[in-house]
Structure formats: C-alpha cells, structure tokens
Design a binder for this molecule. Structure first.
Ligand SMILES: Cc1cc2nc3c(=O)[nH]c(=O)nc-3n(C[C@H](O)[C@H](O)[C@H](O)COP(=O)(O)OP(=O)(O)OC[C@H]3O[C@@H](n4cnc5c(N)ncnc54)[C@H](O)[C@@H]3O)c2cc1C
Ligand code: SF4
Length: 454
C-alpha cells in the first residue's frame, strides 16, 4: 500500500470540503465500460494523447481482468498517468477523439478507466520500473512539478542520478498547489510523488534555486541541469485599488485553500473573478463549491473568444456561476478593503481591436476580487543562463531533445511551453531525459579522427 506521504499536509484544509466530482468506478462499472471499447486500429485516442498511451491496449487489459497490466501500459508511457487520469482535459484530448463521438454514442470514459487501473496499482504497491545500472552521470532538476518528476523518473531508469531542488515545502508543483480539488486533492498529488520517487531519486524541498543555491553551483556540480520551474506568480492588472485587501491572484488563492492549515475565506457574499481562461473557470467553480452565494466571472471579450474550455464553462453555468462578457475592469473600489469592481463595456472596433464603449461604466458589488489573467514568466530568473535563449519569457528548446541550444540546460513543462497541461509537462520531461541520455552518450564517444591513407 502506498500510504506514506513524502511530506505531511496540514489537516483542516479548505479543499477537503470540495468533493471529487469524478469518483472511482466500481470493478463492475470499469469492466462494463472497458467492454464497450472497439479497440480501434490506428486508434485516434492514442494520437490525441501527448504521451501516446496505448489506450486500446490498457482498456483491453481491464476488460480481460488484467488490471495490473493495464496500469503498466499507462505508466510505461506516462509516469504521471495517475494524476493525468483525473486532471487531463480528456474532452478535448482522448475522449474528444473517440470514434464513438462520430457514431453519436457516448465516448469511452478513458480517464476514469485510467484512474481505475492506476488506483489498483497504487493500492497494492505494484511497481513496474527499476533503477538502471549507474552511468555515473548526475542531473540537477529545478522544481518538483510534473515536468521534473517525469524527467527524474526516466533518468533514474536510464541509470543517471537525479536530484530535484524544489523551492516550496511540498513537491508536486501545480498538481499539489493549483489543480482544482474536485479533480485532484493535494494529498493525492503527494501520493503520486511518493509512488514516482520510490524508483530512487532525491527531492530536496525548501531549496529555491537562485536564492539558496546558484545556477553556477548546479552547472559545476552536475553533468546537466533540467529547468522545470513552471511559471511565476499571478499577473498584475495595473488597476487602481488592486492592492486592497480582498483583491487577490487566483493561483495564490487556490494554493492557500489547497495547502494552508485552517485557511478560511472571509465572509464572502459576492466574489468576482476576472479572466476567461481555465484558471478563471476553476476559481469560480471552487468558490461556488465552497458556498459563496454569488460568483461572477468578468471577461473583456465574448464567450467565443474565451481560452477556457467550453465543457468547463458549461459546468460552471450549471453550478450557478454568473457570466459577464464584454466587460473590462477599470478599478477595484473599497475603503480599506475591496467592496466592488468598476468595469466598462467593451466591443470590437471596425479595425478588429477591443475598445471600451464610452459612458458604459458600471459597478459590480464584490467583497472578493480574484485576478485570473495568467501567470508571469520567470524571465528574470532565467535571463543570462549560459547558452539559454528566451522567447517571450519561455526557454527555447530543441523539439526532439528538450535541450536549450548547445548548453548543459534542458527544459520542459510550463517554463518552456508557456503554460499547457500536466500531460504536456510529463511528455516534455521524459523527452528531456532521453535527450540528456543521448547527450551523455555522444559526449562519451571517442572523437573520430581523420585518417589519411597513403
Ligand atoms: C490554477 C491552475 C489549474 C490548473 N489545472 C489543470 C488541470 O486541471 N489539468 C491540467 O492538465 N493542467 C492544469 N493546469 C496546468 C498544469 O498544472 C501545468 O501545466 C503543469 O503543472 C506544469 O508542470 P511544470 O512541472 O512545468 O510546472 P509546475 O507544476 O508549476 O511546477 C514547477 C515547480 O517548480 C518550483 N520552482 C519554481 N521556481 C523554482 C526555483 N527557482 N527553485 C526551485 N523550485 C522552483 C515550483 O515551486 C513548482 O513546484 C493548471 C494550472 C493552474 C495555474
Ligand atoms: S477511439 Fe474510443 S473505441 Fe476506439 S480504441 Fe480509443 S477509446 Fe476505444
């Protein structure tokens, strides 16, 4: 049984009041669902998975009672397959591409079957992978999020020593601090970290690279460095009144409710969340689940322009979230504490740009204002790393190897892709581990000399 956590979480966390919206299937449900699969040739569901899990294979294994084998198929492709089963936007990935959609029938519940298999392996402590024979190579990884965890696991299988440095007190990255609790609770994220780490690599928490340890130290002590530090804090809007108590960033707020002991929302009657992406939708839904009576999402464009997923927005609507489109915030108002958000109506101009509508200002009552307009890039921390190029704050890497230029640095996950999903971070972490393996092997090969034949 994998019960022991690498780090204890405080009891009485607010997130534990939010139930799991897609609970485990029973064995009978899982078997019945697995038997619906058509085991398609050239299965579109595999092609839609960034980690290319052999979905028909694992589903067939469930159908034939080989649930351990199903878990092995999943984890061989994606060692974060347990969290991905619950957090992946399957509606736009594997499930969205299932052939049943075209037949007008409900698609296979791939995520829930995946969870059925990984829970089976976790509950029984089944392990499928071993540490490879030591190569003597050492890799430092910055950040203990999904990208670094996938990278460290693959490096360990290949025989390289991996040491992860994590600034926070707990590992897991946004799986532990950011993902909506109705998809994944923090303790489940830590359970996954413990499972992955058991292959045999080190995680040093409470060690912020750039503050407690320099990049120079890492490059001199290790043969390669993996950058998996994700993105920075919530973006600022530059609005008057933004610094008032009661006006907070969404990622910071979610981290508190997921991780902090006895953190409680103040007496909130009306919360307003600014933004149109998935973090904004997560925030409104979490606030509704925590019992805030009136929750409004304010977005400066229309529904069609939102970057948040339509299926998530549909759930938010069903849960009673109010939506205010074509409205841009202009100021947070309040005496000593936020009490309202001043907005103005917007529209598309003839030239296609967004413009305010003169005289359209209005006020939304809000005792909590949440900014969910993105995370900053960690450009200042990353600037000046030898051989590393940044493009719009992201680390530029080779698409095959994850290597940054010709440097000792490799990167993956949000700091390189600008902010995608857990499954992308997992895929890119593994890719970088293989890239480093090839880099070490190439460096070990004797230099070919030109031979002159007389
Ligand atoms: C609110 C929110 C909800 C999300 N929900 C979902 C979802 O439901 N499904 C989904 O698939 N994706 C979701 N995502 C996206 C997903 O969480 C990320 O794409 C994924 O976690 C990226 O992994 P990563 O390893 O690159 O970075 P992260 O998960 O951000 O991990 C980076 C780690 O590096 C650490 N770190 C940073 N700087 C340093 C330093 N200098 N030294 C040491 N450590 C450092 C951080 O503390 C952190 O632990 C969500 C994102 C957010 C913000
Ligand atoms: S596309 Fe659907 S039916 Fe076909 S293999 Fe994938 S899950 Fe099964």
């Amino acid at each position: 049984m994998i019960q022991s956590l690498p780090m204890a979480l405080p009891a009485d966390r607010l997130e534990s009041r939010i139930p799991d919206l897609k609970p485990r299937l029973t064995e009978a449900q899982a078997t019945a669902e697995a038997n619906r699969c058509l085991y398609c040739y050239d299965a579109p569901c595999i092609q839609a998975c960034p980690t290319a899990i052999n979905i028909p294979e694992f589903i067939k294994r469930i159908a034939t009672g080989n649930v351990a084998g199903a878990a092995e198929t999943i984890l061989e492709a994606n060692i974060l397959g347990h969290s991905c089963a619950s957090v992946c936007p399957v509606e736009v990935l594997c499930v969205g591409s299932c052939v049943y959609n075209r037949l007008g029938e409900p698609p296979i519940m791939i995520g829930r079957l995946q969870r059925h298999a990984t829970e089976y392996a976790y509950d029984r402590g089944l392990r499928f992978f071993k540490k490879g024979r030591s190569t003597g190579k050492r890799v430092a990884l910055v950040g203990a999020g999904p990208a670094s965890l996938a990278c460290a696991h693959e490096l360990t299988r290949l025989g390289h020593e991996a040491v992860i440095f994590e600034g926070r007190k707990i590992p897991g990255g946004l799986n532990a601090t950011g993902v909506a609790p109705y998809k994944l609770h923090a303790e489940e994220a830590l359970r996954e970290v413990a499972y992955i780490q058991a292959i045999g690599f080190e995680i040093r928490t409470g060690t912020q690279v750039g503050r407690d340890l320099s990049f120079e130290q890492l490059t001199s002590d290790f043969d390669a460095v993996f950058l998996g530090m994700g993105l920075g804090p919530d973006s600022q809007l530059g609005l008057p009144g933004e610094d008032l108590p009661g006006c907070v960033g969404a990622v910071a707020l979610i981290e508190r409710l997921k991780n902090e002991a006895s953190f409680r929302l103040p007496d909130v009657h009306h919360a307003v969340v600014i933004g149109g992406g998935n973090t904004a939708i997560d925030a409104v839904r979490e606030l509704k689940h925590l019992g805030v009576p009136q929750v409004t999402m304010v977005y400066r464009r229309g529904e069609a322009e939102m970057s948040g997923y339509a299926h998530e927005l549909k759930s938010a609507r069903q849960e009673g979230v109010e939506l205010c489109f074509w409205a841009a915030p202009v100021a947070v108002e309040g005496k000593g504490r936020a009490s309202a958000l001043r907005c103005e109506r917007t529209r598309m101009s003839a030239s296609g740009s967004l413009e305010p509508i003169p005289g359209s200002a209005f006020t939304l009552e809000a005792d909590l204002v949440v900014k969910a307009t993105g995370q900053e890039k960690l450009a200042t921390l990353l600037a000046g790393l030898p051989g590393v190029t940044l493009e719009r704050g992201r680390v530029v890497v080779d698409a095959q190897t994850g290597r940054a230029g010709k440097s000792k640095f490799f990167a993956g996950g949000d700091c390189a892709n600008g902010g995608k999903e857990v499954v992308n971070a997992a895929a890119e972490g593994k890719r970088a581990a293989r890239g480093m393996d090839a880099y070490f092997k190439a460096a070990a090969r004797p230099v070919e000399r030109e031979v002159t034949v007389r």
